[in-house]
Ligand binder design. Sequence first.
Ligand code: ZN
Length: 487
Amino acid sequence: MAAELPPPPHRSPKLLLVLIDGCRPDALLAADAPNARALLRGAKAGAERCAFSLHSQTDPVPISAPSWATLLTGQPASEHRVASNDLDSLLVTDAQGQVFVNAAPCFCRSPRASACFVSAFSEAKRRRVAGPKALPPTLFHRVAEHGGQCRLLNVGWAGVAKLCGADQDRLSLLGGRLKVQLYRDEASELSVAVADIVSTLEDLAADAPAVLALYTHTVDLAGHMHGFSLDVPQYLEAIEHVDACLGRLRAALAARQGHKAEDWLLAVTTDHGGGAAKDMPRELWSSFVDCGCLHQGVSQAGFEGVHGLQDLATHSTRFLILAGSAVRPGELTPPPAALDLLPTLLRHLRLPSDDLPGQSRGLETTRPVIPRRAGGKVNREGRINGDLNLSRALGDFFYKKNRRLAPEAQLISPLPEVRCRQLIERDRYLLLGCDGVWERFTNQQVADFLLKRLPSSRSISQACAEFLDSCLAANSQNGAQALNPKP
Ligand SMILES: [Zn+2]
């Protein structure tokens, strides 16, 4: 299927970012959420310019501020050092809106299961690192630095606003290029914020900001009060309300794009999931109620839901939905890392992201990651430092030893390129080969060579042996393996 070309560059790129705190992907599917579901269905069918994953993970832990800090700065916790939700004591903002992070525990993961996040956290607290240190620039800082305007509408818990340097007394930041509005933690307030965005989009006479961001805490609040669970109606209702808002935003975007030379990307994501007391073993639940380590010393007694355990999939699994004219439709496999969100958004906005460890995902313009930060050279045959020209999960550690880079940003990436193809009646053989083969022959040449020999009485292995001989004959320096052609 031929993909449409990305929109011409004269349409100015815009971003509508919807951040839903504490929304489990499976609950999004279980809820009556027709707008999210239409996007997912359309992506699967190739009918919508939408890409999604329901299997992304939180990084570093399923707690709001650390997770949002990773998503919005594109840096791992070891760099941003936002280790808890206690932002009032953790963050300091100077007059220019620059955010600093006070001495914070560094994250270390215990190999022991579940509740051991508690002990790992306490352990980390004892090994404090010196501070304060500047928070790496967020999406908003990066856009503002390049002269773009941003608006953040923050409904409920003001953590995301604080990570941007905002508070009640400071709502215009970064030289006026970031405007923040704070709303109370109520569904009705979310409706007001959404109406504000809709009227901004409806105002065709005005330029829209480069980034319109909506953060809502309403789903997380329902999860804490009643339980983050598929059979908790209040939790699902909160998701359904956000979904209705999503429908209003999509309709307003579609109407605007008919009139303006703008290229909007809609990105919807969450920071973590959660669980319900009624679904948890007593000992696990008591680690939240009795121990002060999780949730910064705030006992969770009196609540029906919690989150915070990286080892529980219901806490740590996130979703990401992207929709826009340059989005390559389908499910994102492998699931995007938390570090990939910011490079993806920046790519759409045509802003640099070379300094970030993640990679852009799901956009038509996405090209293979070039290991620029890792150093090295790619030669004419596509070989890194003249050696390997493939992704490789196991071994070759010599190419993977830059500790400051994520695995997929190393000289040799472990991230495979996956293409899916439906087998059809006419398919007869599956041939697996490595780089030595494909450097010498095209797919068609290999098929011609083997098909000519296979109908004869000779065996598959004999045909393969002849093929390998011809590879070696063509260039005796190339090693080649053709493996297991199967009917
Ligand atoms: Zn959260």
